[in-house]
Write a protein that binds this ligand. Sequence first.
Ligand code: 6LW
Length: 491
Amino acid sequence: MKYKNPVLKGFYPDPSVCVANGKFYMVCSSFQYFPGVPLFESSNLVNWTQIGHVLTRKSQIMLEKINSSGGVFAPTIRFNDGRFYMVTTNDTTHQNFYVYTDDIYGEWSEPVYVAQDGIDPSLYFEDGKAYFMSNGTADNGENGVVQCEINIETGEKLSESRCIWHGSGGRFLESPHLYKINGVYYLMAAEGGTEYGHMITYARSSSVWGEFENYPRNPVLTNRNKAPYIIQGIGHGDLIQDNNGEWHILSLGFRQMDLWMPYHNLGREVFLTPVKFHEDGWFTAGNDGTADESYEIDGDFEQTVKNIYTFENTDWNKEWCYLRHPHTENYELYDDRAVLHGTDITLDETDSPTFIGIRQMDFCTEISCSLKIDGGEAGITAYMCESEHYEVCLRKENGRTEAALRLNIGGIKHIQNTLTIDADNAVLIIRADRYNYNFFVKTQSGEHYLGSGVGKYLTSEVSGGFTGVVLGLYAVGDNTAEFSEFKCEYK
Ligand code: 6LW
């Protein structure tokens, strides 16, 4: 069958994948959002269903007042001896840790910390031994892909941390993953940084400790010279064999807003690219070492695409997420509505405002939601981070209710338009295309255009950082805000 990339749209960066009993499990990074590390299942690597999150308890992850794009960095998922492991970094506290579970649908353990620095940790298991690697600093001070053997029960180091690879010469050597295929150790990583120069490189060895010999034609996969092209930033991936024996790289990449528009607002998404092993033992990826929009994969199935997201067809515990650890008493979440209570924490703060959001998964979308408030302010935000976000809201001012459009860019907080309405409720609407977010309010007197915000200001190129736009329902002030009839439709 022919599938289309991205296989998972929206802000789901740094994918890592493992196979267990014929099913594939994928995790992605989550930064300041909670629950942390979204977890997906697939039987074919193309269609992914979210089955939960890995970090679901406050005790597993410190997110208090962390910066946007701090917190949970790239995770790795591995399956060994009946047990799943997810290893990651809290970049804010500079801690590397893993959690584990024997039931992929259940809760995961408390964190087990490993005393090796760096980010992007990975695990490799062989002959009862567990190896931990990261892009960090070896005990002798050398930087690169650094590895130690650990006691998997306790996380304790059983060997020194030794540098095993320096990469192929690109900057930001990241996301190391080790595999043994046909008796050969392959060490795959990313270089170039997670922007337009991103790439996947690898090396091989006959020993788990190296020496590693670079693939002579690195990078094996990159879109860095494919401009103008919508798909950019391909890198940070994991190698995986499908159930038909074919190999693939599941990687991140992003879609820029248009040709000659090098901005991306949807975050880093998940791409699947075929891999071919050759007689000399080296592998190549894609048709020409780049990631394309569409490939053939063996299998008799259809690619499923979900275009409409509502309260009724989503699960508050799966697709939705909070900013940092939520004050749970302010959320009443039902099958068909959400009742939120605001606090004095606004969307401009590195804290946990009353906010629950779902990722924007494509450029062209219409979001609508009925809202009723009794005070303060509540609405829908297109949220990139605390300094860049646009919201359409209802608010009570001097006994009047008004609809408002606020544009926050680079610390400028601007009310673009207001409209007095003669009720406590209205329908808020956002229509987004590749360039703009357009905001409307629908009252008894009809639909009113409030104004637009330029899409490119809600991108990593402007805001910096590693996230993408999340569409959030929020409340501020001492109030009760009732959201119903939520619909987010991709065109
Ligand atoms: C991640 C690093 C990267 O740790 O971005 O794309 C960082 N690569 O590997 C944050 O996602």
